[in-house]
Ligand binder design. Structure first.
Ligand code: PLP
Length: 425
């Protein structure tokens, strides 16, 4: 039976058989035992599926990945130690030194550094483009060595909406997959595969875990991209892997090729797997994801309306507001609401923002976003404090931007705290 996503977040993944534990077991084991040397050898040759070492795969993680895969409507998935690891592997699985890819410039700062600075040192070049680039302009960014296009469904921290269909269309015209970081929307509010994305990533650290308890990531493959049809572009998937006796992933594993390669090659070599204990917490968080997202969105819309009406607020971005420039895109991709994150600026200077934040009583200042407790961050004073106002603007962040992550408390109390904070400035 095909369940709705709100049922999948509770029921998918671990399905106990007769007499087995109701709750997902934590396979707290580095290794797995086999009766014969031959059986173990076949696992190392990827001739059989099974577990041998938790640096590559662990059953607890795989049950949780299977749940997220089901929620996204994907074919295969894997957990990673963080969202950063997920985005790195998602690209590095198909790009090598000498290759190029294209990414939206409005992506999360950590991903922007990874793509623009660290991967550059590995010989992989990234061209950043505006979310509102035209198809013709985007076409011109492609080179013979371009291997992927990347964007975020809802950008962190500017909360603008990525036009998935537009980017998918252009990526496919050039024979490359579209990778979408779906962290802020979650599969409750948007499922990028339904709009043509090929691969989805998550920082599960955010809404999926939902309680600020564990850092983690996930990669989901739709299985839709035909690697063999563009074999010359993706030799890692379409030519023999000598480290596994010359198997060809795309031929041997079909729709599972991309995740199998990322697990058996990148996890083996880089070892950024999520701990099974964290995967267990993540799974608990997923059970309530739909109810929490509904509450986050309802609370955030009420808070956004309150802020918009305040004469202390200079500007606000929240795509669920009807007059937001991204509202039409939000209605298309996230008809049930976007997320709980709001970006806004106060009239005044950097110090006004600091005074406001320091006046808050319940809402806390933390380097986090998208969990159950309302929190905020002022990039100019925190994550980006080394930058001048000019440099901040170049990074696409206005110096007065406050990122407010609306939690699931009673919205009256959230608004009351904001109101008394605004009165102090
Ligand atoms: C936080 C975040 C990341 C990085 O995830 P970590 O789990 O912190 O490594 C990537 N993408 C988005 C959209 C994020 O919000």
């Amino acid at each position: 039976m095909a369940y709705k996503v709100g049922t999948k977040c509770v029921q998918s993944g671990w399905k106990p058989k007769n007499g087995e534990p109701r709750q997902l077991p934590i396979y707290q084991s580095t290794t797995f035992k086999y009766d014969s040397s031959d059986e173990m050898g076949r696992l190392f040759d990827l001739e059989e599926e099974g577990y041998f070492y938790t640096r590559l795969q662990n059953p607890t993680n795989d049950y949780v990945a299977a749940k997220i895969c089901d929620m996204e409507g994907g074919y295969a998935a894997m957990l990673t130690s963080s969202g950063q690891a997920a985005n790195f592997f998602a690209v590095f699985n198909i790009c090598e030194a000498g290759d190029h890819f294209i990414a939206s410039s409005s992506i999360y700062g950590g991903t922007f550094n990874l793509f623009g600075t660290t991967m550059k040192k590995m010989g992989i070049e990234c061209t950043f483009v505006d979310n509102d680039i035209t198809e013709e302009e985007l076409d011109k960014c492609f080179k013979p060595n371009t291997k992927a296009v990347f964007g975020e469904t809802i950008t962190n921290p500017t909360v603008s909406i990525f036009d998935i269909e537009k980017f998918a269309r252009v990526a496919h015209r050039h024979g490359v997959p579209l990778i979408v970081d779906n962290t802020f929307a979650t599969p409750i509010n948007c499922r990028p595969f339904e709009w043509g994305a090929d691969i989805v990533t998550h920082s599960t650290t955010k809404y999926m875990d939902g309680h600020a308890s564990g850092v983690g990531g996930c990669i989901v493959d739709s299985g839709n991209f035909d690697w063999l049809a563009h074999a010359d572009k993706f030799p890692g998937l379409t030519t023999p892997d000598e480290s596994y006796h010359g198997i060809i992933y795309a031929e041997k594993f079909g729709k599972g090729a991309y995740i199998t390669k990322a697990t058996s090659q990148l996890m083996r070599d880089f070892g950024s797997i999520q701990s099974p204990q964290n995967a267990f917490y993540l799974n608990l968080g997923l059970d309530s994801l739909e109810v929490r997202m509904q509450r986050h969105c309802a609370n955030a819309l009420a808070v956004a309306k309150f802020l918009k009406a305040s004469d202390k607020v200079a500007w606000i971005h929240y795509a669920d507001l009807e007059d937001d420039p991204n509202h039409a895109l939000a209605q298309k991709y996230c008809p049930n609401g976007t997320c709980g994150v709001i970006a806004f600026g106060l009239k005044g200077d950097r110090n006004t923002a600091v005074k406001f934040m320091d006046s808050l009583q319940m809402i806390s200042i933390v380097t986090h976003v998208a969990d159950s407790k309302t929190c905020l961050l002022h990039p100019a004073s925190h994550t980006h404090r080394q930058l001048t106002d000019e440099q901040l603007r170049e990074a696409g962040i206005s110096p007065d931007l406050i990122r407010l992550s609306v939690g699931i408390e009673d919205v009256d109390d959230i608004i009351a705290d904001l109101r008394q904070g605004l009165e102090q400035i």
